[in-house]
Design a protein around this ligand. Structure first.
Ligand code: CA
Length: 240
């Protein structure tokens, strides 16, 4: 279940006391919490270590919360839960339009907050099974141990392999553009470094393909990107 999985949550809130209180509540509920006090640090943190969910206060000192919400949404697909004292309908509609997934109006209780978080995580991790693994066909990722199983083979992935593989499994069967993968795994400064991606895709194929030289699961789409398929693609002529 999603709530058994120790998700990492990025708390973006400028008031230190309030931020601490939220982070403490999250840790008590079993999550990992990272805290930042402004928009600039939030973006930096996102580049370095993508969280599983973002809690965003709309009133920040250096950046308009709506602008930040929009920028975060361009960089990540993880759920964004907006914290707001602005309980006007207009503000809420605007934040949802800019990519927030849900909002919670201050003041709120710890149980209300964690209930919203659980619901969002459950929605964003549809592939997570009851034993905490993410499947895509015969491939399974274990979020707790960072291991990948494929057929009867299990390997522990390096942090970079994990981030890349997680992206594939979360978008099982979909073609992910090179730039998207590079931005997600290495950061926005690396979107032209196609060789990094080639090297890591080759490593993942060693782990998961029956014949790494003729990949049928982790398939390249020339000039576009890669996709991880739940079933072998040989018969569809999709290899390359
Ligand atoms: Ca604030």
């Amino acid at each position: 279940m999603a709530d058994e999985w120790s998700a990492s949550i990025l708390v973006i809130e400028d008031e230190p006391k309030y931020r601490r209180l939220i982070a403490t509540n999250l840790v008590m509920a079993g999550y990992q919490a990272r805290e930042v006090g402004d928009g600039y640090l939030a973006l930096q943190e996102l580049y370095q270590n993508e969280p599983d969910l973002i809690l965003l206060d709309l009133r920040l000192p250096d950046m308009d919360g709506f602008t930040l919400c929009q920028r975060l949404r361009k960089l990540t697909t993880v759920p964004i839960l907006v914290l707001t004292a602005l309980d006007t309908e207009e503000a809420l509609v605007q934040s949802l339009d800019l990519g927030a997934d849900d909002y919670i109006t201050k003041p709120f209780s710890a149980s209300e907050l964690t209930a919203r978080i659980r619901a969002l995580l459950r929605r964003s991790q549809p592939a997570l099974t009851s034993n905490g693994t993410m499947p895509c066909g015969r491939v399974r990722l274990d979020a707790k141990t960072r291991e990948m199983s494929s057929g009867d083979k299990t390997v522990r992935l390096t942090p970079t392999e994990w981030r890349l593989m997680r992206e594939f499994v979360l978008h099982c069967g979909k073609v992910l553009p090179h730039e998207h993968l590079l931005g997600k795994v290495w950061g926005p400064g690396y979107q032209a470094e196609h060789e990094y991606l080639r090297v890591y895709v080759r490593r993942l194929r060693q782990h998961l393909e029956p014949d790494p030289h003729h990949p049928v699961y982790l398939v390249s789409h020339a000039g576009i990107g890669y996709a991880l398929y739940p079933d072998p693609r040989g018969e569809l002529g999709g290899r390359g």
